[in-house]
Write a protein that binds this ligand. Structure first.
Ligand code: F0G
Length: 459
């Protein structure tokens, strides 16, 4: 079993968290209509809802906040950010935006024509939505190993190159807009993509004269996996691996709320296409604000410039990935099933395997999520049939390939003891798994229902 990698930082500021009783939590759940998005964060002990915007900034980042330049145009922080992003990604053009989906909003309409297909190893929800809003049709070709949650594979996030090429030939290259590589592959379980796979995707794009875009939300975690799992990269630095990764693509969109460890921020970077950059600048001014602040406060630009550098620090990544591996190893030892191996930012618990008596109609991922909160005040989220929703035409419940309950770990926030609490809670739930009930929806909105639906237990 992996030893916990001790934190490469010490704690200078703390945020108290509330302890609650099971009786209180049962009441809070009822008041929230069994939707964890409706819980008050004050009533949560360990919040694993997301790793996005929930990291702890460093003293250097907070110092950056204090000296942030709030000028409307030409702020100092913009210059710092451009310099650091150019240095890390090796791209000429850098455009800040307020978060990842804003990056998608200002780039995709310039790449996708009405009716064209956009291919990915796996689109994240908002990325998929922005392909559709741009008139495109998103399609995923993740490698087949991703569907097998039980067995180890180094790079379950990879794009299936053969299927992608066959699809390009089937629909005709003129009907393909772009290929998007999501690193790491969030929806497949925070699983990494190999350098070889990125190279192969790049070669495919060159062959068919297509643009390759990287969804770079967790690029540093992906680089760490390449260093530790791909033979040729053992001796290379995270920075060199990152540079090489992006050298194979034409542009990136990034939610900086993950690997750049800021509470708000995003980026669009473009390798060298000046016309594309001009288009991005115009859309940014229309949607986000002037180009030198892109929807952010001046202080945010400074924190982001610093966070980008901290996010690629090897010792930090060793601790960060080590933390999730530690949690994964403990769960495996206890016989609790999850997408194996552990992802870079999260453990995706396999609720279908843990709660086999709950059918997809009764949402095993959501049932496990509710149980975790009830047991120990831990907030996770369903990534399964509950999140997927119903068929737009027939209104029938769709069945998700996997019924996951995601434990996303914020950066530099929780300790080994917190992770042990998570393991203990899951061991307890496993021991009474047969008694765990499913759920039915009593009210739901038309789109993105998991945020606001109301549910009730099926007793
Ligand atoms: N791309 C990926 C791979 C993501 O995981 C996310 C967000 C986005 C784009 C959108 O970025 O939130 O800054 O607009 N993922 C978060 C999550 C919300 O919980 O996984 P955003």
């Amino acid at each position: 079993m992996k030893k916990y990698v001790a934190e490469p930082f010490k704690i200078k500021m703390v945020e108290p968290i509330k302890m609650t009783t099971m009786e209180e939590r049962i009441n809070y759940l009822e008041e929230a209509n069994y939707n964890v998005f409706a819980l008050k964060s004050d009533d949560i002990y360990i919040d694993l809802l997301t790793d996005s915007g929930t990291g702890a900034m460093s003293d250097s980042q907070w110092a950056g906040i204090m000296i942030g330049d709030e000028s409307y145009a030409g702020a100092r922080g913009y210059a710092h950010l451009v310099e650091n992003a150019q240095d890390i990604f090796g791209y000429r053009y850098v455009q800040p935006v307020h978060q990842g989906r804003a990056a998608e909003k200002v780039l995709f309409p310039l790449l996708i024509k009405q009716g064209q297909h956009a291919i990915s190893n796996m689109f994240f929800d908002t990325t998929r939505a922005h392909v559709e809003l741009s008139g495109g049709k998103p399609i995923n070709f993740v490698c087949e190993q991703a569907a097998d949650t039980e067995n180890y594979y180094d790079f379950k996030g990879n794009l299936d190159i053969e299927k992608t090429e066959a699809y390009i030939n089937k629909v005709g290259v003129e009907n393909i807009a772009v290929i998007v590589m999501t690193i790491t592959n969030n929806s497949a379980g925070g699983q990494p993509v190999s350098m070889q796979n990125i190279k192969d995707a790049s070669a495919l794009c060159k062959k068919y004269n297509l643009k390759l875009v990287i969804d770079a939300a967790r690029f540093a975690e992906n680089a760490y996996f390449i260093k530790t799992r791909e033979e040729d990269y053992k001796e290379k630095s995270i920075k060199d691996i990152t540079k090489e990764t992006f050298s194979y693509a034409d542009a990136l969109t990034m939610s900086a709320k993950k690997d750049a460890i800021v509470n708000m921020g995003g980026l669009v970077c473009i390798k060298d296409d000046e016309d594309l950059y001009q288009g991005v600048k115009e859309l940014t001014i229309a949607y986000e604000g002037f180009v030198t602040y892109g929807g952010l406060a001046g202080r945010d630009l400074e924190a982001l410039a610093i966070g980008l550098k901290e996010g690629i620090n090897y010792d930090f990544l060793k601790y960060r990935i080590g933390q999730i591996e530690y949690l994964g190893d403990k769960l495996r030892e206890a016989g609790i099933p999850f997408q194996y191996p552990a992802g870079g930012h999260a453990i995706f618990l396999d609720a279908k395997a843990l709660l086999p008596h709950i059918s997809f109609h009764q949402f095993p991922g959501q049932a496990l999520t509710i149980e975790l909160y009830k047991e120990a005040g831990i907030r996770a989220c369903d990534i399964g049939s509950y999140m997927l929703g119903v068929d737009a035409e027939t209104g029938e419940q769709l069945e998700s390939l996997n019924e996951f309950c995601r434990l996303a770990i914020p950066r530099r926030v929780y300790t080994q003891a917190h992770l042990d609490v998570v393991v203990e809670a899951l061991v307890e739930i496993k021991s009474r798994a047969a008694e765990v009930n499913g759920y039915e929806i009593t009210w739901q909105p038309k789109v993105l229902r998991h945020f606001t639906s109301k549910l009730k237990p099926i007793l």
